[in-house]
Ligand binder design. Sequence first.
Ligand SMILES: [Mg+2]
Length: 363
Amino acid sequence: MRLIEQKRKDSIYLYFLAKGERKYLGKPDKINHEKAKEALYLLDTQITEYKSCRNKIEKLLHGKHEIEFKDSKYKMVFFDMDGVLFEKPWHESISRKVAISTWDLLFKRLGQYDIHEALKRNFENGLYGDDVDNYVKWKEATCNTLKIIPLDEKTFQEVTDSRILSRGAKEVFQILKKSNIKTAIITGSFYRLAQKAKKELDEVNHIRAHCQLFFDDDGLLKSWELSKTDYKDKIKIMEELALKEGIVDKNGYPDLNQCVYIGDDVNDLEAFGAVGLAIAFNAHKNIVKKAADIIIIGGDLTEILPPLFDFKKDKEKISFYVSKDVKDSWLNFAKTKDYSTLPDFIIKSIEFYIEEESSSLKT
Ligand SMILES: [Mg+2]
């Protein structure tokens, strides 16, 4: 499988080669979403096949036992959606802001990202009061803005379609189902996206989403329904669902100690505090990482399995060659800096050394 860039005149054309076929993916700035998704799907299938083949050979080589997923002390896992089940829309870099939600993405697509940022700032500055459900007022204002812009159904569908499941998500849900662990998605995002997750993951027991949009006959946003499924309200939903699944303490109350919550942002903090195991997945903010019991960086959702089933996975070691004269300063750099992903950390390390190098050349 290969990605090929073909240059013709002033344009670049992208092709994906797989299984003897050549798929045209479009140009770098104008990707064909359907074809790109097909390519990703093919790659994901390959990754799964590769993993199972690798496990088999490793077993033959070392006589290792395959990991058995059983006997977890947890009975239910709650997932946030944006940034956890679906990859973050785009990644952190020095010049760009991090989009963390489908709301961000929708406004960006409509060319109104600044308006959304302003609404978010209003919320953070307390314009919508300090009740636990103040976020509903914020989203009410946000939906009103979408209606004025206006948002059309085709754009909304395209943005929903563009979201890609995190690596390993399907595998995780299959394993949880096999192990008889219940699953739920609780999200401050869109109902339609949660439906897509449910469809693609196949094995989700419950979904609770914040915003359902309705469009008129001309395809323009007409109205919306906002459910209380975010911030502190995530706890209420977890309790309701745990009770439904019979996960209760000896007095018959929902027992969230037997539950796990996986989130990536500040709207997950309350939920973190209520469960037996809180996992920060691909979180960028320090406050989120600090509140979790376990931090997972990188985008592979299967990394949540070891803590859930209490086994230690062999970590792949990554070695850096650092010359003797800079070893101390590099170690110091590594210890004092906090980056959310390994590629990010490597890029920042290189930038750091280029700066050091150029300043020493100057002197
Ligand atoms: Mg999130």
